[in-house]
Design a protein around this ligand. Structure first.
Ligand code: ADP
Ligand code: MG
Length: 709
């Protein structure tokens, strides 16, 4: 699990870890990289993540614009280069002149200058020992340019390939523009989330209302939010009210009515009313700030498919250099072709082999997956869990509040000693200190029936069993059968005395003092209608469903029967919950646990993947690898479908990227020349760029994915 760190965030460049700054911004060393918050868990020392950062560095809108500018300049320069090239002289009848080769050299040099951007990226790669596509491109272009330049000034060498190198740079620039453009379009989830916030807020001050930037908002500021406007930070309504849409945060599309005293979260939309809100959490502390932190953390984690891609890319770089050298040697020395032909082929190999598509294959998918997930109220904190979730054999649900509504209604009250109102009052006094849904429900019931409660002191929570407290000079216990047994006030005769019908499927809460059992409150919870559908859909996906609860076996079985649960673990103490997960795992199952994230933390951690279920806009759940904002079990189904789709997209993309290289490398090495097919460097570059674009487009089809069975 992530350790929460409370130290001040510092920002660093993933290329230059020596750069540390207190504020975000651009790296002063390389200028291009955004400074990212330092990862306290040590993730930024993980070498593999640089590749991802490098890919994202080239996918900014600024990078796209830069590539396009260079592309246009090179396009303009290509025209004179073609006119003064040797083939033009030969075939188009353009008159030759003495200075022509030097003019050609000059134009090509300027074009080469605009292609130096690839060398900058190559330098990063070499410095990071992450030899990749830019290293290859630079080797290919650099070798080609040098070779041609030598031929211009050394009369003995007559062939050059300025035109090839220039078109190669031209196409590479366009390819990179397309890529940068489409990966930007594929979406930066962070930016998307930032767009949920308004640009300015109407701040109420002593001298009237002023429009201020969000960054200047502080806690306890009062802001005015007009109809149609977005809420700038988390706070509580102090005046007015409205129907508010929180869909983009909670996935719940129904507008929610809010009035004075209700909390509103940053990014939600005020549909129809006007309200004044006192801010409680601003900036990073607000819900949106927390979502951004979650996304940032997720982006630092990598699916294992990414590790595979990284390894393949490195392997490919080295084999490309080897094959290029072998090509040079075989064609010139063994076959006896001219050095120019051999060099052309070797350069083509270098250019063709660029594992560019490979670098994009996984990040494009994860970016879109994150966004798709957020849209569905799912926050994936650890991308690696995608692969686990897609293989889930068992989903274990916590019963109360997850599968059931968690709103217990009192169905009956039985009194063994004393008077009913007084007994209920005692129970209510104690439960007023409880945060358990059972406690809340009892308090709610008393309030509705106007039953007054005394005050309780020396309150003690007995996890998984109930509570203990002093009420009017006597100690009372409120809780389940286990607690009564521990107290020694339980006997089987008592159980027999119960009305059978009400005992079944209901949850009894007993009240006792030191000497005797005084009474019992029968409560019953309702199954959520989504639970039934969720279990059905999980079965359709081939996933078994288990239920884990501290409630009685009778109550658990009643729920299980109603919704078709495969395995039931009942009367489980909170601290024992994780052992049942372990049990399932020891039988060889991949287990996903879904619980409320507060008292289920150990179980969530024990599971192969833990899904913490929050309520509404509460995304700051510490436990769990995944956070669902809505307490709807159907979202687990969505999550499993999402993970399967995302994973298969990753595999597809790996195949697209690698498959291209498998076919293109031998073609570039001239293996098919005996059959009359030769792949030139420029065509090679075009194909290479296309393969990257295919990978990006393939990832983008995920945006429209439907997450239904
Ligand atoms: P669950 O999450 O399945 O409800 P818990 O461990 O939270 O499991 O609770 C287990 C059982 O302990 C409850 O079903 C209830 O019988 C008893 N219990 C827990 N807290 C209270 C409480 N505040 N008042 C009465 N009974 C309680
Ligand atoms: Mg619980």
């Amino acid at each position: 699990m992530e350790q929460a760190s409370h130290k001040k965030t510092q920002y660093t460049c993933s290329m230059h870890p020596e750069i540390v700054s207190d504020t975000p911004g651009k790296c002063p060393k390389c200028g291009g990289m955004d400074l990212v918050p330092q990862d306290s868990s040590g993730g930024s020392s993980d070498h593999g993540s640089h590749k991802h950062d490098h890919a994202s560095m080239m996918a900014t809108p600024e990078a796209a614009a830069d590539f396009l500018k260079r592309f246009f300049i090179v396009t303009g320069l290509l025209v004179p280069l073609v006119i003064f090239s040797a083939p033009a002289v030969k075939y188009l009848g353009i008159p030759d002149f003495v200075a022509r080769p030097y003019l050609e050299f000059a134009i090509a040099t300027i074009i080469f200058y605009f292609g130096l951007v690839f060398f900058q990226h190559a330098r990063h790669e070499i410095m990071m020992r992450q030899y990749g596509m830019m290293t290859l491109v630079s080797l290919g272009v650099g070798a080609g340019y040098l070779f041609s330049a030598v031929s211009t000034f050394v009369p003995a060498i007559t062939t050059e390939f300025y035109l090839e190198i220039a078109t190669l740079i031209w196409i590479l620039l366009f390819g990179h523009f397309l890529e940068a453009k489409s990966s930007t379009a594929a979406g930066d989830a962070m930016q998307e989330v930032a767009q949920l916030l308004p640009k300015e807020a109407h701040l109420k001050t002593d001298s009237g209302v002023r429009d201020v930037a969000l960054t200047s908002l502080k806690e306890d500021d009062i802001v005015i939010i007009k109809p149609g406007e977005k809420v700038p930070a988390d706070g509580t309504i102090v005046l007015g009210g409205a129907n508010v849409n929180e869909a983009h945060i909670s996935g719940e599309s129904k507008p929610i009515q809010k009035q004075v005293g209700d909390a509103v979260v940053a990014g939600s939309i005020n549909i129809d009313g006007s309200m004044e809100v006192r801010l409680e959490r601003v900036g990073e502390a607000s819900t949106i700030g927390q979502i951004q932190t979650l996304i940032r953390k997720a982006q630092q984690t990598k699916p294992s498919a990414q590790r595979l891609a990284d390894r393949a890319a490195r392997w490919l770089t080295f084999s490309a250099i080897t094959i290029a050298l072998a090509t040079l040697f075989v064609w010139s020395v063994v076959i006896g072709e001219t050095f120019v032909i051999a060099a052309t082929l070797a350069i083509t190999v270098l250019v063709i082999a660029c594992p560019h598509a490979l670098g994009l294959a996984i990040p494009t998918v994860t970016t879109i997956a994150t966004r798709l997930a957020v849209k569905n109220g799912v926050f994936i904190k650890d991308m690696q869990k995608i692969e686990v979730i897609k293989n889930a054999d068992y989903v274990v649900f916590d019963k109360t509040g997850t599968l059931t509504k968690g709103e217990f209604g009192v169905t009956s009250v039985q009194v063994f000693a004393g008077e009913e109102q007084q007994l209920l009052g005692i129970a209510g006094a104690i439960e007023a200190h409880s945060s358990h849904v059972i406690g809340l429900s009892i308090v709610e019931y008393l309030k509705k029936n106007n039953i007054s409660t005394p005050t309780a002191t020396e309150v003690k929570n007995l996890a998984g069993r109930g509570m203990k407290a002093r009420v009017s000079d006597e100690i009372y216990w409120v809780g389940n059968q286990r607690l009564m047994e521990e107290l020694g006030v339980w006997s089987d005769d008592i159980k027999k005395s119960f009305d059978d019908a009400s005992f079944h499927s209901a949850t009894p809460v007993f009240i006792a003092n030191k000497k005797e059992l005084r009474g019992v409150i029968m409560l019953s919870d309702q199954v959520k209608k989504e639970s039934m559908q969720a279990v059905k859909e999980l079965h359709q996906l081939g996933v078994k469903v288990a239920m884990l609860t501290g409630d009685t076996d009778e109550a658990a079985q009643a729920v299980a029967k109603q919704i078709g649960i495969d395995t039931v673990f009942s009367q489980v103490l909170p601290e024992e919950k994780y052992t049942y997960i372990k049990q399932l795992q020891e039988k060889g199952n991949v287990v996903v646990m879904a619980g409320d994230g507060v008292n289920d933390a150990p179980a969530l951690t024990q599971a192969d993947a833990g899904v913490a279920i929050g309520t509404g806009t509460d995304v700051a759940v510490e436990a769990g690898d995944i956070v669902l904002t809505q307490s709807n079990p159907q979202h687990i189904v969505r999550l499993i479908i999402l993970s399967r789709k995302v994973y298969s997209k990753m595999l597809q993309n790996l195949w697209w990227a690698l498959g291209y290289n498998i076919v293109a490398l031998p073609a570039a090495a001239g293996l098919f020349i005996p059959f009359g097919f030769q792949l030139g460097p420029a065509v090679g570059a075009l194909v290479m760029s296309l393969s990257s674009v295919v990978v990006v487009i393939n990832a983008m089809t995920l945006r429209k994915a439907r997450l239904y069975v």
